[in-house]
Design a protein around this ligand. Sequence first.
Ligand code: SAH
Ligand code: SF4
Length: 399
Amino acid sequence: MNESMNESPALFDPNARPSLVGKTRAQLAEALAAIGVPERERRMRVGQLWHWIYYQGSTSFDVMLNVSKALRAKLAETYTLERPQVVAAQLSLDGTRKWLIRLPPVDAKDKGAEIECVYIPESDRGTLCISSQVGCTLTCTFCHTGTQKLVRNLTAQEIVQQLIVARDMLGDFPGLERPEDGGLIPVGEGVRPVSNIVFMGMGEPLYNFDEVNDAIGVLTDGEGLSLSKRRITVSTSGVVPQIAPLGETSGTMLAISLHATNDELRNKLVPLNKKYPLKELLDACRTYPGAANSRRITFEYVMLKGVNDSPKEARELVRMLKGIPAKINLIPFNPWPGAQYECSDWETIETFSDIVFNAGYASPVRTPRGRDILAACGQLKSETEKLRARARLALDDEA
Ligand code: SAH
Ligand code: SF4
């Protein structure tokens, strides 16, 4: 299934009412202060809004019956509960869904940045892969996002809104009013709610630390979205100075994009390694606050044919992770047009994975999901842009 929704570019509207959806408690308190709610009332009012926005998923202030009519009117005059627009929705044969989300423009030059968000249902969980930036400043040579310039950091609000959109689309809010026409929402029996979040979409989350951290606060707030910290994984290419602060402040799970067992190769694959080499990275993992056997650090390792996939490297990988409570995740390389790498052969991956398995790491190969809709790691956004450009060309040809 491939459904395009609104293709017209977003226009900046300086008079647009801001949406409260995705705001932190502190930001909601500010929004209330701005419309004259006295300080002594604000905490209580924030609690009420919180319940309606994040627990019920309300899209209108009218339903907030425990809020006085006058305040509801004032809120509606000044703010909205709008979500960013979903401009395309795709469903893979394996149940993976991908949504292209257009963020409202921040100024007149901005036509509305677009980010993609991928939902992956499995038998025991529903995982949402979200983005922390539009594009990425880093230039990992196997990653398609790495070929794009950074457009900007996402705000905490925009990060949280990715989950809100997913829950809307999955029909997973008790207070959600369904659109009259049923829209594109494929709600049905057996749709697995989002239980896990991985920061593995576009961008380097630890280069947008404060916003990511605030977003995690909203996602895990027990009176609203209530996700468990242990079910949120922040993946980093190795921004060493931010690793300990992440553990201390957010308490989420950590994933490291390792991909190589020596500095020479990692410098090529993940150029950030030149700044923070392997020894420093692994030391930061060894001392990661909260790391334990019950809370292992995931090491991601992309399988690149003839580059990093020899049995020697598998043994080296196991050796270098000794003493760190670790999980190993072997990711078959997802090719993209113009990439200089190929995915390792299946046999090579098996041999590599056997060595890792025999060293005591369980089931380490990540099955690629949503490949038919280009939803796999490292393929986000840019591919859709290409497809859309192609579609536009085709339309131009017809004209
Ligand atoms: N910037 C962060 C998080 C986003 S990338 C990071 O690098 O960790 C999420 C994961 O996808 C990373 O492990 C990244 O190395 C991997 N990845 C990127 N491009 C890929 C590709 N083409 N095939 C397979 N995995 C890829
Ligand atoms: Fe950025 Fe991560 Fe891609 Fe590297 S792998 S370019 S850090 S998104």
